[in-house]
Every structure is written in structure tokens, then in C-alpha cells.
Write a new protein. Structure first.
Length: 298
């Protein structure tokens, strides 16, 4: 009888550990989303909104609607996002929709709480730059943890499945319309500052999601492939793969190596020291597993 119970107890312990890991993982994601929403709130209420500078998507629409109606921005952020959240729940997934709902609620609360504070600067350029960076960090942190702040992105994902347009193209169309509307509401000079803030936020989101150490896949075509690959191993500490291909009875050797963004400049110096005419192709890659680790650069 005892022998039969042991496997069951072991199975229950494994199940409990798995549940605990999932619980802590969800808590970590919710904490990160909370921090992201707080940063986004600061970027909006301390920098952008006091200077009549908007962001794209539902956030931009909410800022303009608040300006025209006198109602709180947080109210519009919540109300305007609800229909998109319903679509996201039905079309994309429950987890994404719930994380997005939590992020939107945190942003609405944060914007409402910070509304009593005055803007940090009256300089539109400083407001656009710093507001864009802080907003982009917040949005990037939320996206990185499985949520979103912008309902138009949900629509873009749904349209992407049913049309020939990409998600980026659809989002860009929405935002061009919204940023153009800012010219009518706030004036064209503020619309240009809004475009600057949007661009800065967009680039910051990219860095926040990928990280400074984002992984790059590099293909190097050179006759000096042995010397280059040995130098990569010795000076970057990276493993590599040599691909041999046959083209019109002539063999071509290509080195493939995965590095971080911070190692690109060093890699180019290594390659050029052996072959200035070598072809280098660099692309972003997504890594699963734990074998890829950052090494010291020599």
C-alpha cells in the first residue's frame, strides 16, 4: 500500500512546485506591468499632456478627448480601451486580454493620481524627448510581459490575419490619422512635437523589449574563415558554425555566430582585421534555451 502512495505523493509535489512557479511568474509579470504603467503615467502627465503633446493610438485619442470635453484622461483611457479588450479576449487570448486590462487600469489610475502635479518643463522639445523616453520604457515593459496599453494594436493584429497589411502598417495608418488630428486640436506645431515624441517612444519601446543585449545572428562570408572563426572563439568567446556550400563547383564557406548587440562593433573589427572585403549579414534572432550566455570581450 505504501509503495502505491509514494508515486502519487511525488506527483503531487511536482504539481505543487509547478503551480508555485506559475504563481510567482504571474506575480512577477504583474509587478513589471505595474512599474511599466507607472512609468507611462509619468511620461504622459508630467511631460506630454501639460504641453499638449500626444502619443499615438488610444492614448492620443484620450488626450484629445479630455482636452475637448474637460473630462479626465484616465476615464477615456479606460472606456475607449474596453471594446478593444473585448475583441482581444475573443480573438487573441484570455491571458493577453487580462494583462492588458490590468495595465490599462493601472495607467488610468496613475494618470488620475498624477494629474494634480504640474508639468516638469514648459520646453516642448524637452517634454517630447523625455516624455517619449519614459513613456516608451513603460509601454515596452508592459509589452515584454504580455500586455498592451493600446487597443489599436489589438485591431491591427486582427486585421493582419484577414488582410495583406502587416501589424506595423495598420498601426502606422491609425497613428498618422491620430497625429494629424492633433494638428487640428492643438495646432500643427504641437502635432510635430507629438510626432517627435511618438518616434522617440517607438525607438525606446524597441530597446526595452529587446534589451541592450538582444541577440543577433551574424553570417560572415570570407576566404579567411578559419582565421576569423578562431579569432571569434578566442576574443569573443562565442561558439560558431561553418556552413559549406557548393556554387558552380566552387566551395563557399560561411561562418554563423550568435552575439549580443554590444558585441557587433567588436566582431566587425575582428573580421576586417583579416578580410576587409568579407560580407557580413546581421539579423535579429530570438533565443530559446539556456546555452547562449554573454561572454567577456577580449
Amino acid at each position: 500500500m505504501k509503495r502505491r502512495l509514494k508515486p502519487a505523493k511525488h506527483h503531487l509535489r511536482k504539481k505543487q512546485k509547478r503551480l508555485d512557479r506559475n504563481f510567482f511568474k504571474i506575480c512577477r509579470k504583474l509587478l513589471s506591468i505595474t512599474v511599466g504603467a507607472a512609468l507611462a503615467s509619468i511620461g504622459l502627465e508630467i511631460f506630454l499632456i501639460p504641453n499638449n503633446i500626444i502619443d499615438g493610438g488610444v492614448v492620443g485619442i484620450s488626450i484629445m478627448a479630455s482636452y475637448l470635453s474637460g473630462l479626465p484622461v484616465g476615464l477615456f483611457l479606460l472606456v475607449l480601451n474596453l471594446p478593444f479588450l473585448f475583441l482581444g479576449y475573443r480573438q487573441i487570448g484570455k491571458t493577453f486580454a487580462l494583462f492588458t486590462l490590468y495595465a490599462v487600469i493601472c495607467l488610468s489610475a496613475g494618470v488620475s493620481l498624477l494629474h494634480v502635479f504640474h508639468g516638469m518643463t514648459d520646453d516642448d522639445i524637452l517634454a517630447a524627448l523625455f516624455g517619449g523616453v519614459i513613456l516608451g520604457m513603460g509601454v515596452g515593459l508592459i509589452i515584454r510581459n504580455g500586455g498592451s496599453l493600446d487597443g489599436t494594436e489589438i485591431v491591427a493584429i486582427i486585421f493582419d490575419r484577414r488582410t495583406s497589411f502587416s501589424v506595423g502598417e495598420i498601426v502606422m495608418f491609425f497613428n498618422l490619422f491620430i497625429l494629424s488630428s492633433a494638428g487640428v486640436v492643438f495646432g500643427w506645431e504641437n502635432a510635430m512635437y507629438s510626432l517627435l515624441a511618438y518616434y522617440v517612444a517607438f525607438k525606446t519601446i524597441d530597446v526595452t523589449i529587446e534589451g541592450l543585449n538582444s541577440t543577433k545572428g551574424v553570417f560572415i562570408v570570407s576566404e579567411h574563415y578559419i582565421a576569423i572563426s578562431d579569432a571569434i572563439k578566442a576574443r569573443l568567446g562565442r561558439e560558431y558554425t561553418i556552413i559549406k556550400s557548393n556554387d558552380d563547383k566552387n566551395y563557399t564557406y560561411t561562418i554563423f555566430v550568435m552575439i549580443t548587440r554590444l558585441e557587433i562593433a567588436k566582431l566587425k573589427l575582428i573580421v576586417s582585421s583579416f578580410d576587409k572585403d568579407a560580407m557580413i549579414a546581421i539579423s535579429s534572432v530570438e533565443i530559446e534555451g539556456k546555452r547562449f550566455r554573454k561572454k567577456a570581450i577580449h
